[in-house]
Design a protein around this ligand. Structure first.
Ligand code: ADP
Ligand code: MG
Ligand code: MG
Length: 250
C-alpha cells in the first residue's frame, strides 16, 4: 500500500529526513518511535503532502502510484488520512457538517454526486454508535473549546467516517492523557481491518499497550535505524534510546 524508498526531505533548507525506507501492507499496524526532533512529524507530513516540506530525493508510492506530484488534498482523496490535518477552529461549523463536506469533496474528486442525506445520516449513526460518541458532541462547533480528549474524539470520528486506507496518527508527545489514550486506541482497534493500515507515531510506549503494532521502527536523526516487533517498544521503554544511538555509532 505504502512504499517509501530512500526518502530525503528538508524544511527551510535544513535536511530532516535522510534516507527513509518503509513498506506498509494492507492489514498492518506500524509504530514509529524516536526521540524528540528525530523527524517523526516531518515524515508524517511528507507522506500527507504538506507543502512546507521539500522532498529532495527518493520516492513515495501509494497503491503503486508515485504520489510526489499530488497535493495534500489529492492524497487525502486517495485514502491517506493524517491526524490533526484539520486542527482549525470553525465557529458555526459543526463536527458533522465539516465531515459531510469532506466526504462529499472526496466523492466529487471521484466523479460521484453528494452522498444522499439518508445514507449520510445512517453512516453518522453507525460510526458514532461504534465509537460511543454522544450526539451532542457531533453538533458542536469544530474544535472550538475542545479538550484534549474531545480533539481526539473528533479526529477518530473523522477517521471512522472517511474510512481511509492508510491512517497516520501522529500522537504528539504531550496531551495523551488516559482519556485520550483510550479514545484513540479503542477507535483504531474498532476501525482496523484487513484492507486498511495504520501508522502510529508515538514518543511513548504506553499507547502501544493498547494498539498492538506488527512492526516497530526507530527513527533517529532522520533515518530508521532499527525495526522489530512489538517487543522493541518495550525494550525502548525500559532502556531509552541511548543504546540504539551507541549501536548506530558502532
Ligand atoms: P519529531 O516529530 O520526531 O519530534 P519533527 O519532525 O517535528 O520531529 O522535527 C524534526 C526537526 O525538523 C526538528 O529539528 C524541527 O525543529 C525541524 N522542523 C520540523 N518542522 C519544521 C518547520 N516547519 N520549520 C522548521 N523546522 C522544522
Ligand atoms: Mg517533536
Ligand atoms: Mg512530532
Amino acid at each position: 500500500m505504502l512504499k517509501i524508498n530512500n526518502l530525503h526531505a528538508s524544511v527551510e533548507g535544513k535536511a530532516i529526513l535522510k534516507g527513509i525506507n518503509l513498506e506498509v501492507k494492507p492489514g498492518e499496524v506500524h509504530a514509529i518511535m524516536g526521540p524528540n526532533g528525530s523527524g517523526k512529524s516531518t515524515l508524517s507530513s511528507v507522506i500527507a503532502g504538506k507543502e512546507e516540506y521539500e522532498v529532495t530525493d527518493g520516492e513515495i508510492f501509494f497503491d503503486d502510484e508515485n504520489i510526489e506530484e499530488l497535493s495534500a488534498e489529492e492524497r487525502a482523496h486517495k485514502g491517506i488520512f493524517l491526524s490533526f490535518q484539520y486542527p482549525i477552529e470553525i465557529p458555526g461549523v459543526s463536527v458533522t457538517n465539516f465531515i459531510k463536506t469532506a466526504i462529499n469533496e472526496t466523492r466529487k474528486s471521484k466523479g460521484l454526486d453528494d452522498m444522499p442525506a439518508k445514507d449520510m445520516l445512517k453512516l453518522i449513526r453507525e460510526k458514532s454508535e461504534l465509537l460511543e460518541i454522544d450526539r451532542k458532541f457531533l453538533s458542536r462547533s469544530l474544535n472550538q473549546g475542545f479538550s484534549g480528549g474531545e480533539k481526539k474524539r473528533n479526529e477518530i470520528f473523522q477517521m471512522a467516517m472517511l474510512e481511509p486506507k492508510l491512517a497516520i496518527l501522529d500522537e504528539t508527545d504531550s496531551g495523551l492523557d488516559i482519556d485520550a489514550l483510550r479514545i484513540v486506541s479503542n477507535g483504531v482497534n474498532k476501525l482496523k481491518n484487513k484492507d486498511n493500515a495504520v501508522v502510529v507515531i508515538t514518543h511513548y510506549q504506553r499507547l502501544l499497550d493498547y494498539i498492538i503494532p506488527d512492526f516497530v521502527h526507530v527513527l533517529l536523526d532522520g533515518k530508521i535505524v532499527k525495526s522489530g516487533g512489538k517487543e522493541l517498544a518495550h525494550e525502548l521503554e525500559e532502556k531509552g534510546y541511548d543504546w540504539i544511538k551507541e549501536e548506530v555509532k558502532a
